[in-house]
Design a protein around this ligand. Structure first.
Ligand code: NAP
Ligand code: G4F
Length: 332
């Protein structure tokens, strides 16, 4: 049985990847950091917690990484852990650098000394392109525009250095934004779909957002974790852009999301300067040609279906709170 260790198991992608690898017959270990409140709700939401083994692992602590790897003896490691919110990276730039940047080197060195044959996936990001010209591909020069993007770019380069310098099997997926019903509430898509549901229920009267003109290439997280796995199954390690090849503005996302419940976003969405960033990335549009032609991966979920899936999940959450809370009570 093949064994995989996923860091960041409590996050959106950690839950989807765990579900996917279990379906492929893997023994899955999920690395989590200690917190005062248990945080496994996404694993319950996807009904995968029972199928995986949880193991303490903090990217700030080299020893915890080494002992997790020694204990699991994985064939593959997926590094999904990060301080992943761009907005907060302006307030916590040093912590972001330590976790999302140096954390990658801590894992790579652990692999190098324990078993350099372990295959490694690094969660790189389209944020590394910043405001570079569209469409962005593997050949586009990087222009990171936030402490988060700069930290991720460090991790991206060091991953390539270890591949070339130590002949290790390391891949980076340069993933464009991907969302789902279990996306963190601070990200704009989830903030919008949750806001739509709250307005529909009569709990809120308006939704306050920042830059409505920013454009993103949004896909579905469930599709994107399949790309992570596919990269590690290829004969040679490499870096790949993972995207849909279609971009929409935050305004368009609002229009589509409010329309799902028969409302006009113009009557509810307002801007508030608190939600604008010191520097923003205005337009991300990925070119996924390389992963399509070399690996055969492509997205299965359209923008329209993604928005609808998220809005309906949030409406269901408020319409059936008992069912929802029973689901969540499982993690206490
Ligand atoms: P997420 O929901 O924010 O999950 C991040 C995970 O990292 C959580 O499990 C979090 O644990 C964990 N983490 C944070 N600090 C840690 C530390 N010091 N040690 C160990 N674990 C730590 O992010 P996501 O959306 O699933 O994204 C997964 C990865 O892909 C991230 O690296 C992100 O930067 C990258 N990425 C995401 C996207 C996207 O659109 N979703 C696009 C490109 C790249 P807690 O639950 O304890 O906070
Ligand atoms: O949803 P966001 O916070 O995602 P962002 O900054 O694109 O980052 C996400 O995707 C990256 C991949 O490109 C990942 F690497 C990263 O970890 C994360 O998952 O913001 C999207 C856009 C931004 O331009 C932001 O300024 O939406 C704009 N926006 C407008 N109003 C807002 C808001 N963003 C948030 N979070 N909240 C708002 O009220």
């Amino acid at each position: 049985m093949r064994k995989a260790l996923i860091t960041g198991i409590t996050g959106q992608d950690g839950a989807y990847l765990a579900k996917f690898l279990v379906s492929k017959g893997y023994k899955v270990y999920g690395g989590y950091r200690r917190s005062s409140t248990r945080n496994f709700w996404r694993l319950h939401y996807l009904d995968v917690k029972k199928d995986i083994e949880l193991i303490p692992l903090d990217l700030l602590d080299q020893t915890s990484i080494m002992s997790a790897i020694k204990y699991c003896e994985p064939d593959e490691i997926y590094n999904l852990a990060a301080q992943s919110f761009v907005g907060v990276s302006f307030d916590e730039a040093i912590a972001t650098g330590e976790i999302s940047g140096l954390g990658v080197t801590r894992i790579l060195d652990s692999i190098r000394f324990i078993n350099p044959k372990i295959k490694f996936y690094q969660a790189s990001t389209s944020e590394m392109f910043g405001n570079a010209p569209q469409p962005q591909s593997e050949k586009t020069p990087f222009e990171p525009a936030s402490p988060y993007a700069a930290a991720k770019l460090y991790g991206h380069w060091v991953n390539k250095n270890y591949r070339e310098g130590y002949n290790m099997f390391t891949c980076s997926g340069i993933l464009f934004n991907h969302e789902s019903p279990i996306r963190g509430i601070e990200f704009v898509t989830k903030k919008i779909t949750d806001g739509v549901a709250r307005i529909k229920m009569g709990y809120n009267k308006e939704l306050l957002l920042g830059n409505l003109e920013a454009k993103r290439d949004w896909g579905f997280a469930g599709d994107y974790v399949e790309a992570m796995w596919a990269m590690l199954q290829n004969d040679t390690p490499d870096d790949y852009v993972v995207a849909t090849g279609e971009s929409h503005s935050v305004r368009e996302f609002c229009e589509e999301a409010f329309a799902v419940v028969g409302l006009d976003y113009k009557n509810y969405v307002k801007t508030d300067k608190r939600f604008f960033r010191p520097v923003d990335v205005n337009y991300l549009l990925g070119d996924p040609t390389k992963i399509k032609t070399t690996i055969g991966w492509g997205p299965k979920t359209s923008f329209k279906d993604l928005v609808k899936m998220m809005v309906l999940a949030d409406v269901e959450k408020y319409e059936n709170p008992m069912t929802h809370s029973q689901q969540f009570l499982k993690h206490i």
